[in-house]
Every structure is written in C-alpha cells, then in structure tokens.
Write a protein that binds this ligand. Structure first.
Ligand code: MG
Length: 247
C-alpha cells in the first residue's frame, strides 16, 4: 500500500504548518504528517516552511534572525490569530495518534545550511522519544547524512529537486543516495514514471513522490505504487485510495 503524508498538515485544506492544520490532520486516515523545521535565533525549533516570515505570518524577514519570544507574538495568516508552533508542540499533537512525523530539516536563505541544525533536530526528537516514529527528510543530501549521524530515525529520505534530477540523471542520483546510505529518495510527482520507479526499486531504494496536490497526480502516484507521497489534499488521496481498495 502507498502511504499518504499530509503535506504541511494539508496546505490546500488549512493554513499550512498551523495548529488547525495539524489537529485536523491528526483525525485523518493518513500514515504521515509532513512539516518543516527552522531554528530560531535563540536555539528553539520552529515549524514553518519558508526561511522568511513574510508569506505565512504577519511578520517579515528571516525566521532565524528572531528569538522565539518575538516569533511567538506573530500570527499565522488565515488562522484567526494562531501563532506558529514549536517542534515539541507538533510532536504532542500527534503523540496520541499512530501518525508518523515526516520532518523536513530546512536550510536558511540561499539554501545555506544552518550550523548544527540537523543535530539539534535529532536531539529534540530523541528527547521527546519519537525518533522511532520519525522520518527525516531534506533536499540537501548532506543535511540528511548529518542528521542520521546524530540519531537513528524510523527512516530518512533525500528529496530531489527536478532540476538536479535532470542535471545529474537518475543513475547518479541513485548512486549518490546509495553512497550516502540513504534508503529512500523522494522525487517530484511529475518526474516519476514507471521506468523511474522500476530503476529506483531495482537499485534497492525506496521511492516517494512529492507535490501530489490534485486528483490526477494522486491517481498517477497510486497507479505507480510508490511507497509514499506528500499531498496538500490528504482528503482526496484518502478517498482515492479507499475507492481502489473496494475495486
Ligand atoms: Mg516540506
């Protein structure tokens, strides 16, 4: 069965990476919840997608340039006044559920890695005793490798940007993942075909898809029987998967 991950807590259904989104996702029949983690200036771990505040909050500028005391006073757009959450708060929302935490370890502006950030995220997961129910992801292979050097999650995934897949070619992507002992790669849904999935599986790697945000993309990824995909419409994905199981 293909696992479904509610991307940013279901970003087309609720304000992304918000308490509303996560509390609603916690009630869904999804296997995973995806969210993004940036560091604050004072070393806390904040759940927000962008490296800047402008798009999703009433603040502006880089997330990592502010202390949590300042960030916690901002409101998330579309939430009716809710603030952003800390990693620990998201963990607690999902603790009573069977849903796996699919964390993306983010980097800073211009894709500069934050020093020590992967280690801090892994330490936080370890302290909260949720490592074994966490899947660690990043678009930076080095970040994935740095993370698993500091703790053993349930799994870890290298997310591959389409341009990199084009530039390097699938064979070199697979070779890089294997050399780094990363067991799963995640490709953008439009970059996945039967032959791509077959090649990744033949190499002994797991295969995920991301950005499966409409009915057609969801159907295609279910047809391809990938291991997991992230979607902003977990409701559609659940309904489609359920309809197939009745066929
Ligand atoms: Mg993400």
């Amino acid at each position: 069965m293909t696992d479904i991950a509610s991307h940013r807590g279901g970003a087309l259904l609720w304000p992304e990476n918000s308490r509303i989104a996560f509390e609603n996702t916690a009630k869904l029949a999804v296997e995973q919840v995806e969210f993004d983690v940036h560091p604050t200036r004072d070393g806390k771990l904040a759940v927000i997608h962008d490296d800047t505040l402008d798009r999703t909050t009433d603040g502006s500028g880089p997330v990592a340039a502010r202390d949590w005391a300042e960030l916690s006073r901002l409101t998330l757009k579309g939430t009716g006044g809710q603030r952003m959450l800390l990693l620990d708060e998201v963990i607690e929302i999902f603790r009573p559920t069977p849903i796996v935490l699919r964390l993306e370890i983010k980097c800073g502006p211009d894709r500069e890695p934050y020093p020590g950030h992967p280690a801090k995220v892994m330490a936080a997961l370890g302290q909260a005793r949720v490592l074994e129910r966490s899947v660690v992801t990043s678009f930076q292979l080095d970040t994935v490798v740095a993370a698993v050097a500091h703790g053993r999650p349930m799994s870890h995934v290298w997310l591959v940007l389409p341009q990199l897949q084009v530039d390097l070619g699938l064979d070199r992507i697979i070779a890089a993942a294997k050399a780094a002992c990363v067991p799963i790669i995640g490709l953008r849904q439009n970059m996945l075909t039967e032959s791509v999935v077959a090649a990744v599986r033949k190499a002994g790697l797991g295969i995920g898809g991301w950005a499966c945000n409409d009915a057609a993309a969801i159907a295609r990824l279910l047809d391809l029987e990938v291991d997991v995909f992230t979607t902003d419409r977990p409701d559609l994905a659940i309904a489609q998967r359920k309809a197939r199981s009745k066929d």
